[in-house]
Design a protein around this ligand. Structure first.
Ligand code: NDP
Ligand code: GDR
Length: 370
């Protein structure tokens, strides 16, 4: 039985990857952080009681900023494959926590690579590094491929650039099987609530049910190449099964403005929006609602721009060219954007119906959005 070690197991990708590897017959070890509240919501369905013998899903406490902890875990687990997914992954938050982001996302990757080297496991253990399309940053060329130059535009992207190159360097210097997956944005119902897609699908459901008045967003003109996380975790595994360790772009090859993602999400609920104005003055109103259950007043303003969501430096346009992965590994995404939007809106609507139910029963519902 192969053993995999996943850092960031409690995140969106960690959850889907765990499920994928368990289905492939792996023994999966995941690293979670100590938190004052339970932080395992996304993987609770996979949880196995520690008192059960022969578990194949095992969680360990750890942190990307703690070298001795990482060395001990890798020594104890003896993984065949490490998927380094742990990171402070929010671009805007990285402007507020730049040093921590550099430590966890940049140096954290070095700690994993060096632990494998120190333990003399460089010919046993393969390493996948979660690199990102944010590396491309300021537009140099489109579509972006493995040969497009990097121009990172946030502390997050700069930290990930260090992680990218230290992965390449350890591969070249020590013959390690270490690869970068340069993944473009990928989303799902498990996406963190403060990333733009989930913020939108959640708000659309809440507005339809009368739980929220308005959605505030930042730059509606930003364009992203959005795929489904399920397609992308499959590719993480495929990358580590290739004969030769290399770096790979993973993307759908289509790009969509944030504004259109908003339009599509509300349309999924039978709500048509009308947009008016530009820049900070842009707003959207309810133009039409075909759903009999939603009591929405036509003309009601449901979206406004708030500059607090603008970033000091923005990444305007991402569109990936994944032809290397298509041609050499035979990877193709199974989901289209419309399927992704539908799945996310349906999931959030079901979640929010629970809140509505509680509200109707007299319980307080708290709004928290950032
Ligand atoms: P999430 O933010 O959903 O998950 C991040 C994970 O990292 C969580 O498990 C989090 O733990 C953990 N983590 C954060 N900091 C530390 C730390 N110091 N020590 C240990 N664990 C830590 O991210 P995604 O699942 O979306 O992304 C996975 C990886 O892929 C990330 O590295 C991200 O930067 C990268 N990436 C993501 C893309 C995307 O579109 N989703 C695209 C390209 C790259 P906790 O739950 O406790 O917060
Ligand atoms: P991104 O994702 O920065 O691309 O990083 P995010 O969803 O945060 O932003 C996408 C675009 O939407 C614009 N935007 C807003 N973003 C957020 N979060 N909230 C808003 O209110 C809002 N309004 C507009 C942003 O300015 C941006 O242009 C994600 C993360 O998963 C990274 O870890 C990963 O590396 C990259 O994708 C690929």
């Amino acid at each position: 039985m192969k053993k995999a070690f996943i850092t960031g197991v409690t995140g969106q990708d960690g959850a889907y990857l765990s499920e994928f590897l368990l289905n492939k017959g792996y023994e999966v070890h995941g690293m979670k952080r100590r938190s004052s509240l339970f932080n395992t919501d996304r993987i609770d369905h996979l949880y196995q009681d520690p008192h059960i013998k022969d578990r194949n899903f095992i969680l360990h406490y750890g942190d990307m900023t703690d070298s001795t902890n990482l060395i001990r875990l890798i020594q104890e687990i003896q993984p065949d494959e490490i998927y380094n997914l742990a990171a402070m992954s929010h671009v805007q938050v990285s402007f507020e926590t730049p040093e921590y982001t550099g430590n966890a996302d940049g140096l954290g990757t070095l700690r994993i690579l060096d632990a494998v080297r120190l333990l003399k496991m460089e010919h046993k253990t393969k390493i996948y590094q979660a690199s990102t399309s944010e590396l491309y940053g300021k537009v140099q060329e489109v579509p972006q491929s493995e040969t497009t130059p990097f121009y990172p535009r946030s502390p997050y992207a700069v930290a990930k650039m260090y992680a990218y190159w230290i992965t390449v360097n350890y591969r070249e210097a020590y013959g390690m099987y270490a690869c970068n997956g340069i993944l473009f944005n990928h989303e799902s119902p498990l996406r963190g609530e403060t990333f733009v897609t989930r913020k939108i699908t959640r708000a659309a459901a809440r507005i339809a049910l009368g739980l929220q008045e308005k959605l505030y967003l930042g730059n509606l003109d930003a364009k992203r190449d959005w795929g489904h996380a399920k397609d992308y975790v499959r590719m993480m595994w495929m990358i580590l099964q290739a004969e030769v360790p290399e770096d790979w772009v993973i993307a759908t090859g289509t790009t969509t403005p944030v504004r259109d993602f908003v339009r599509m999400s509300f349309a999924e609920l039978g709500i048509e929006l009308a947009f008016e104005g530009e820049g900070v003055n842009e707003k959207a109103y309810i133009k039409y609602c075909s759903h009999p259950d939603y009591q929405l007043e036509l003309g009601k303003e449901v979206l406004a721009v708030d500059p607090m969501y603008f970033r000091p430096t923005e990444v305007d346009l991402l569109i990936g060219d994944a032809s290397k992965a298509f041609n050499k590994l035979g990877w193709k995404p199974e989901y289209e954007l419309k399927d992704l939007v539908k799945e996310m809106v349906t999931s959030d609507l079901n979640l929010m119906k629970k809140d509505k139910h509680l509200q109707n029963g007299g319980y307080a519902i708290y709004n928290y959005f950032e």
